[in-house]
Design a binder for this molecule. Structure first.
Ligand SMILES: Nc1ncnc2c1ncn2[C@@H]1O[C@H](COP(=O)(O)OP(=O)(O)OP(=O)(O)O)[C@@H](O)[C@H]1O
Ligand SMILES: [Mg+2]
Length: 347
């Protein structure tokens, strides 16, 4: 048997909303399925409230899972779909109906209870799928890319609805997504996974501003961090003939480091000084402009304001905001130094 996950250690607080992100195939769904009891683990323990649940069946674990494809029953109405999870519950018909109505109100589905799933929009179907999960009052919600079948506008709306729902009904949640915006906006904490391992666990702010590894730096952010190899000598960083003071407090023993700069930390100089780079592509995004450039074969991306008159082929002079840089060890990819946080704390 192949081991898909290795050394996974994750402690989730009560009521916490955890987002799992990582490249395709890194083991996000496998982790959810192991927590749900749908997949056997080869070793290790899964504890709910301190008690091992390894031996419990999915039904006994009291978790509810919502998938990308909703998995609604097409031949029964919305209220029957929502009530389906209660079919074995020892409740009277009237009690079950009242529960269905409560959940339908919570999700604003009360006017759609008689419809079949085929007569619903994608977002409404997704809400029914959530209703079916909520009604069992689970201890844990597991979401596996629940919004990826929806268009961008609906995704944005549903992402806010799910957060609002979590505020009203703070069930402990593990939420898998490959959508960066969902990860940054929904999670109390984000877990970044890579090849079956956890690369970093942190708040969205920590993951974005203080990536622990080169992998996290490149994976998080749209686009990810620029990484420039620079020589370290005489207390300074050197990029070819360009010399930059080491950020205060950064003390590097390595002869060469990777300097990580977010696209928003490359600015255009106000004249022909700084680092010259040739502009390859301009992406006007409405509220901002992304510039894709290269300097001596090194690809770079800069995030600028909405108005940018530069055209491909032009030379742009860049001002690198080294005080915002994260420094990475080249052999291991581990972060060596982070910029001083507002609290004054470093790594
Ligand atoms: N039933 C299976 N048998 C063997 N290998 C599997 C099985 N299911 C998944 N895998 C492998 O396990 C790894 C992790 O798969 P998993 O579905 O957990 O990834 P994921 O992070 O959810 O990816 P995606 O973002 O594409 O959904 C992959 O390499 C996959 O090929
Ligand atoms: Mg998956």
């Amino acid at each position: 048997m192949t081991e898909v996950l290795q050394d996974i250690s994750l402690h989730v607080e009560d009521h916490e909303f955890i987002v799992l992100v990582g490249p395709s195939g890194c083991g996000k769904s496998t982790l959810l399925r192991i927590v749900a009891g749908l997949e056997p683990e080869t070793s290790g323990a899964i504890l709910f409230d301190g008690a091992a649940v390894n031996h419990l069946s999915p039904g006994q674990r009291n978790v509810a899972m919502v998938f990308q494809n909703y998995a609604l029953y097409p031949h029964i109405s919305v209220d029957a779909n929502i009530g389906f999870g209660l079919r074995r519950a020892k409740l009277s018909r009237a009690e079950k109906q009242a529960r269905v109505l409560d959940v339908a109100r919570l999700l604003e589905l009360e006017d759609l209870l008689d419809r079949r799933p085929a007569a619903l929009s994608g977002g409404q179907r997704q809400r029914v799928a959530m209703g079916r999960a909520i009604i069992r009052n689970p201890a844990v919600f597991l979401f596996d890319e629940p919004l990826s079948n929806l268009d961008a506008r609906l995704r944005m709306q549903m992402r806010r609805e799910i957060r609002a729902l979590h505020a009203k009904l703070p069930t402990t949640t593990l939420y898998v997504t490959h959508d960066q915006t969902e990860a940054m906006t929904m999670g109390d904490r984000v877990v970044v996974m890579n090849k079956g391992r956890i690369e970093q666990i942190g708040t969205p702010d920590e993951i974005y501003n203080r990536p622990r590894s080169r992998f996290v730096a490149e994976f998080i952010g749209m686009p990810g961090m620029n990484l420039l190899p620079m020589r370290v000598a005489d207390g300074a960083l050197h990029l070819g003939a360009h010399r930059f003071a080491l950020p205060p407090g950064a003390d590097c023993a390595a002869p060469e480091v990777l300097v990580g700069l977010r696209p928003e930390h490359l600015r255009l100089s106000d004249g022909p000084h700084g680092v010259p780079a040739v502009l390859d592509q301009v992406e006007p995004m409405g509220s901002e402009t992304l510039l894709y450039l290269h300097h001596e074969g090194q690809k770079l991306c800069a995030r600028l304001g909405p108005d940018c008159a530069l055209r491909p082929g032009a030379t742009a002079w860049l001002d690198l905001m080294l005080d915002r840089a994260t420094l990475f060890d080249i052999p291991s990819g581990a972060a060596l130094w982070h910029p001083i946080a507002p609290s004054g704390e470093t790594t």
